[in-house]
Design a binder for this molecule. Structure first.
Ligand code: URA
Length: 190
């Protein structure tokens, strides 16, 4: 299997105009992923929202701006250069509902291949649906954030979703994400 940009290109070609699940019926665009195809750090969100569906890029709406701020102001990294960002499902769930089991199951092989192509040193799951999908069980994200796990042999950190952070913008939650990202930075230095 090819890695980096060529690997990602092959996966996108394989996806084509995917109709494996019903999310394809209402989407405008497939939101595949963005950033550095060889990044050490990979963030995995839940699914595209309206802005992402419109632009075909992940995390470009309000939650995306918050994520960019976490990466650039909090971690002092460059979003495009230092990270690769994608989602559990590549098409927008109508009304931003959580993706359903079958939708996640249809899309997961593409995510797996993306991880194998990018070969990040560290994965970060953003929020409960992402963490639960990667760990294969229901994750209590507010309790389990800040803890290390492993996915396909890659260290996996769980943290709060930036949209949740915006909804519950408390000092406690902001500090939690800050601490989680500090752990990620330490792991990246290893
Ligand atoms: N929320 C997500 O989980 N992913 C996006 O791409 C945008 C918002």
């Amino acid at each position: 299997m090819k890695t980096g940009a060529d690997g990602l290109q092959d996966i996108q070609t394989e996806m084509g105009d995917c109709t494996l699940c019903k999310l394809s019926e209402q989407r405008k665009t497939i939101v595949f992923g963005s950033g550095n195809p060889n990044a050490d750090l990979m963030f995995i969100g839940e699914g595209p929202g309206a802005d992402e569906d419109e632009q075909g890029l992940p995390f470009v709406g309000r939650a995306g701006k918050k994520l960019t701020e976490i990466i650039e102001k909090g971690m002092l990294l460059d979003r495009e250069r230092d990270t690769y960002i994608c989602n559990i499902v590549k098409c927008r769930p109508p009304g931003n509902r959580d993706p359903e089991k079958e939708e996640v199951a249809s899309c997961k092989p593409f995510l797996l291949k993306q991880i194998q192509a990018v070969k990040p040193k560290v994965l970060v799951a953003l929020g409960k649906p992402s963490a639960s999908t990667l760990l294969g069980r229901s994750v209590a994200i507010t309790k389990e954030r800040g803890t290390w796990h492993e996915f396909e042999g890659v260290p996996l950190m769980l943290t709060l979703h930036p949209a949740y952070l915006l909804r519950a913008y408390t000092l406690e939650n902001r500090q939690a994400v800050h601490n989680d990202m500090k752990l990620v930075l330490e792991a990246l230095k290893k």
